[in-house]
Design a protein around this ligand. Structure first.
Ligand SMILES: [Zn+2]
Ligand SMILES: [Zn+2]
Length: 319
């Protein structure tokens, strides 16, 4: 009679559950958080805090304005040179390359809060939406088929592949002039905060906040997250009209990334910033049409038919 041996089977399960890349990501994540603790224990100075704030703000702008609004949604135009500058700035944020980021994000809009969404807190829980999808092995490859408009640029494909040079450049830029503490504050502490702040849009912005528009997902507007992420917190606005360069639709919805883009527009560096037309601003207001998102009511979406209208809209807006 076969006697089940629990030890080898545990080893097999453990080995099959974690891929090398996942182990690396978990180890890197733990190391970064340990680095943050070391930075706090060694103690900040005003100069180090200013350095961390500067690297946070520049890189948050790179994620929101470049990776998100430009590469993912093409919400404004610029020159090929400045496009490359935006791509490079994005790689310093340690969130992989511009094509990978844009492709994964387009999947999020195409399948928001369905089983095929890459990071829906409704489907796989808060922590998976926040970090798990990003570190896991399922979404590591760059889906070039989803970014044909970007994949034609060889310099972007190269930067996407060797995105690690952005991190290396930043580490050198903060460590050479400011030493080990410069590395701890300008890179480690800043990156940990940047990472969690960015990922709140995938997790919290689909859970916490108010809804103005009856989108077919759980997206919400949240002023606190908008301040933290330089404008990304107006996430319900964004899901309502994703091709807009501004996510704060009204003057009281602070959207710092958009203000910077406006300044760059005045300088002639970017142009054709897209904004929501008047009819879009008034369309599908929950106050008028009511909440129409079945997902919010806990009802499972059983077929693609349920999300077909939003998919059709995505197809015309994303490309
Ligand atoms: Zn979303
Ligand atoms: Zn988006």
């Amino acid at each position: 009679m076969d006697v089940p041996d629990s030890k080898p089977s545990i080893t097999v399960v453990a080995a099959s559950k974690w891929s090398l890349s996942e182990l690396f990501h978990v180890a890197a994540l733990v190391a970064m958080h340990v680095g943050l603790v070391i930075a706090l224990v060694r103690g900040p100075t005003w100069r180090l805090v200013a350095l961390a704030a500067a690297t946070y703000l520049v890189r948050m702008f790179a994620i929101t304005a470049a990776y998100h609004r430009y590469f993912s949604h093409r919400s404004f135009k610029t020159s090929r040179i400045f496009q490359l500058v935006l791509a490079f700035l994005g790689t310093t944020a340690v969130q992989k390359g511009p094509l990978w980021w844009a492709a994964a994000h387009r999947v999020h809009h195409k399948h928001s809060d369905t089983e095929r969404d890459v990071h829906s807190p409704l489907r796989r829980g808060f922590w998976y939406a926040h970090l798990g999808w990003w570190m896991g092995k399922d979404h590591q490859e760059t889906r070039l088929d989803l970014v044909p408009d970007l994949a034609g640029y060889p310099e972007l494909r190269w930067l996407d592949r060797y995105h690690v040079i952005g991190s290396a450049a930043l580490i050198a830029a903060v460590t050479i002039p400011f030493g080990f503490d410069g590395f701890l504050w300008g890179y480690v502490a800043s990156t940990v905060v940047l990472m969690h702040a960015t990922f709140t849009i995938n997790s919290l912005a689909h859970v916490w906040g108010s809804r103005r528009y009856a989108t077919k997902d759980t997206s919400r507007n949240n002023a606190f997250l908008a301040l933290l992420t330089l404008g990304e917190g107006w996430h319900n606005n964004h899901h309502h009209y994703m091709s807009s360069a501004n996510q704060g639709f009204f003057w009281w919805e602070i959207d710092i990334s958009f203000y910077v883009l406006r300044a760059l527009e005045k300088l002639g560096i970017v142009w054709d910033l897209r904004r929501p037309p008047e009819r879009i601003l008034r369309k599908d207001l929950i106050a008028e049409v009511g909440e129409r998102a079945p997902l919010l009511l806990g009802k499972e979406t059983t077929s693609e038919d349920d999300v077909a209208p939003s998919l059709a809209r995505t197809a015309t807006r994303v490309s």
